[in-house]
Write a protein that binds this ligand. Structure first.
Ligand code: CP
Length: 333
């Protein structure tokens, strides 16, 4: 594995190996496995969990991390090709990326999509420029298309609770928000759950489809793993008997719809708020997941986040455990 910016970098068997290792390492700390290693962390967008868990993984492994927040004490970076750079971005990523690659042993990058056009976001131009130009391993801290460390942490949480994931019914349900959000997190949960052999059910209002290329990729993983993927606009039906309920807000499917739908999700679909009543059709032992941050009582009701089914804090902790394994593999090859 030269880079890790998408579940495809691991495939079905590789993803399972990382989860196996993360489960084992969660019980037994591996010591200074990253001694002398330096990670450069480049943030085009804010973070709490991702930043803290990557830094913690490097420091607890005996390594070090430097954090660069683009546009905040660091030059604003241009990423478009062929433009006249007469705006407010004085440096291009075509210089910045290889320069940073000369200083560190690996680069971690957070770069959200522009949310103007799903196809452009699915092509993931900025993270792919890092893969092309860094000269060192690149790991995603969420890009336009995927948030693969989150997806693996989600499945680690499921594995911990249920032991096995094959044929386990898991429902990914859309949730309301004040604005359209990226699709990287739902994409990665879908891909990770399909790779793990789950019976993945996706529920969203009409017009909020995930990217067709990601759905097709998930179907491929499901065929390899013995899982399945179905899409349903009837959430009650999708949730029926489900062992995992994963809630996430994301934006509408087409570029044109983003601007016009900026305020629409909450106004048109506030009945998609996740409450205890929503979960009543799930399995008796169902757990609730959300990647966080979450807007309480807009996306998910207090009673769910504070209730016995919620595993959102374990899920956030598991970011540390999967990233520790991934950093070890990328920095010791
Ligand atoms: N889940 C997640 O990526 O959290 P942050 O945006 O806080 O990093």
């Amino acid at each position: 594995m030269k880079h890790f910016t998408r579940i495809a970098d691991l495939g079905v068997s590789g993803a399972a190996e990382v989860l196996d290792a993360a489960l084992a390492w969660k019980q037994r700390a591996p010591g200074a496995h990253l001694a002398g290693k330096l990670l450069g962390m480049v943030f085009f967008n804010p973070s709490l969990r991702t930043r803290a868990s990557f830094e913690a993984a490097m420091l607890r492994g005996g390594g070090h991390a430097i954090v660069l927040e683009v546009g905040s004490g660091v030059w604003k970076l241009e990423d478009r090709t062929g433009v006249v750079m007469d705006g407010d971005r004085p440096e291009h990523i075509r210089e910045a990326i290889p320069v940073l690659g000369r200083y560190v042993d690996a680069l971690a990058v957070r770069t959200f999509g522009a949310l103007q056009d799903d196809d452009t976001d699915a092509a993931d131009p900025v993270i792919n420029a890092f893969r092309e130009l860094a000269g060192v391993p690149v790991i995603s801290m969420e890009s336009a298309r995927e948030h693969p460390c989150q997806g693996l942490a989600d499945l680690l949480t499921v594995r911990e609770h249920f032991g096995a994931t094959k044929k386990l019914a898991v429902t990914l349900t859309w949730a309301p928000h004040i604005k359209p959000l990226p699709k990287a997190v739902p994409h990665s949960f879908l891909l990770s759950a399909a790779a793990a052999g789950c019976e993945v059910r996706i529920a969203h209002p009409p017009g909020f489809d995930l990217h067709p290329a990601v759905l097709a990729e998930a179907q491929t993983y499901a065929r390899q793993s013995g899982g399945s993927v179905t899409v349903n606009s009837n959430r009650r039906r999708a949730l029926n008997g489900s062992h995992v309920v994963y809630a996430k807000a994301w934006g509408p499917a087409t570029g044109e719809a983003v601007a016009s739908a900026a305020a629409a999700p909450i106004a048109a679909h506030k009945d998609w708020l996740i409450t205890n009543e929503t979960l009543s059709g799930a399995a008796h032992d169902a757990i609730f997941l959300h990647c966080l941050p979450v807007r309480r009582n807009l996306e998910v009701a207090d009673e769910v986040l504070d209730g016995a089914r919620s595993r959102v804090i374990d899920e956030a902790e598991n970011r540390f455990h999967v990233q520790r394994v991934l950093l070890h593999r990328l920095l010791n090859q």
